[in-house]
Ligand binder design. Structure first.
Ligand SMILES: Cc1cc2nc3c(=O)[nH]c(=O)nc-3n(C[C@H](O)[C@H](O)[C@H](O)COP(=O)(O)O)c2cc1C
Length: 276
């Protein structure tokens, strides 16, 4: 097996390309990465966290507008107040470190004012660019943190209570949370999550989802064989009933019926975005 083949097989198990030759350790780590929600009590060193913030803010930025901001929540009262909003996800309140990645369309608008230029950055473009910058900054921190032996968990559920979270963090107009990030040293091993087969998610020259149905059925079976969803974890059985085979796609379809994020559009409209 090549340097990457085993990690690719564990990630996809789809019989697709095995990664070719090479020995880039960072890439192999990325292939084997996993979200971590349980941590030891050790708080990562401040120097390491500063380094990770610097790495995050080194991510690419649309038009060099640099519309990401990173906020570390250190105040125990603020940590507890945010944690209390999401009792189903206790890791939010107790992770040794917690950051919030912000889309920051305000800074560019203020720079326009400073330079006497009519910048109106509450557009869809402004929102989208700031969101992407923040997401790239977060993912850069994720990969660097994992590479330094830390485990992380992104937290977009904070947007479900966006008004309260924004008040706790003192967010002004045109600044919005994209996601939080829990961070600490992993407690336990966890497992690599099997991804969809690449013939479903990777295209060449032309978009083609003609193999979707067969690809999803196959994926459901393989994922079930590796990590079956326990009966007590089946969602909304009262609404949809028990099914003989409960795979990933059944679970995700049920999850997606209950749309999340209703609080987010009104929050954005009330805080400077007109999406024009
Ligand atoms: C933008 C984003 C938001 C997420 N929000 C949450 C969250 O609120 N709570 C949580 O426990 N996990 C959250 N996750 C983690 C995903 O559930 C996880 O990445 C996914 O199940 C795949 O697992 P893996 O990263 O181990 O491959 C989020 C991930 C992303 C990328």
């Amino acid at each position: 097996m090549t340097f990457y083949a085993e990690a690719i097989d564990r990630r996809f198990g789809d019989g697709g390309p095995a990664g070719g030759e090479g020995d880039n350790d960072f890439i192999r780590r990325v292939l084997a990465r996993k979200t971590v929600r349980r941590y030891t009590d050790v708080v990562p060193d401040q120097g390491l966290l500063d380094l990770l913030v610097a790495a995050a803010l080194s991510a690419s930025a649309k038009s060099d507008f640099q519309q990401a901001s990173v906020l570390r929540v250190r105040d125990p009262e603020k940590r507890a107040a945010i944690g209390k909003l999401f009792p189903a996800m206790p890791w939010i309140g107790v992770a040794p470190a917690f950051f919030v990645f912000l889309g920051d369309a305000r800074r560019l608008q203020r720079i326009g004012e400073m330079r006497g230029k009519p910048v109106a950055n509450g557009t869809l473009e402004g929102f989208f660019n700031a969101s992407i910058d923040a997401a790239l900054a977060m993912q850069t921190m994720i990969l660097c943190a994992e590479s330094a032996g830390l485990g992380v968990c992104p937290i977009s559920v904070i947007r479900n209570e966006v008004d309260k979270v924004a008040a706790i963090l003192g967010l002004p107009d045109l600044v919005f949370p994209v996601a939080g990030l829990c961070l600490g040293y992993p407690h336990g091993e966890g497992h690599v999550s099997l991804r969809l087969p690449r013939k479903v998610t990777a295209h060449s020259d032309r978009y083609d989802d003609s193999a979707l149905s067969a690809g999803i059925d196959d994926y459901d079976q393989r994922r079930h064989a590796r990590h079956a969803i326990a009966k007590e974890q089946q969602r909304s059985n009262a609404e949809f009933g028990e099914v003989a085979f409960y795979g990933w796609s059944e679970d995700k379809a049920r999850q997606a019926v209950k749309a999340e994020g209703a609080a987010f559009p009104p929050f954005l409209r009330a805080h400077g975005f007109n999406f024009g």
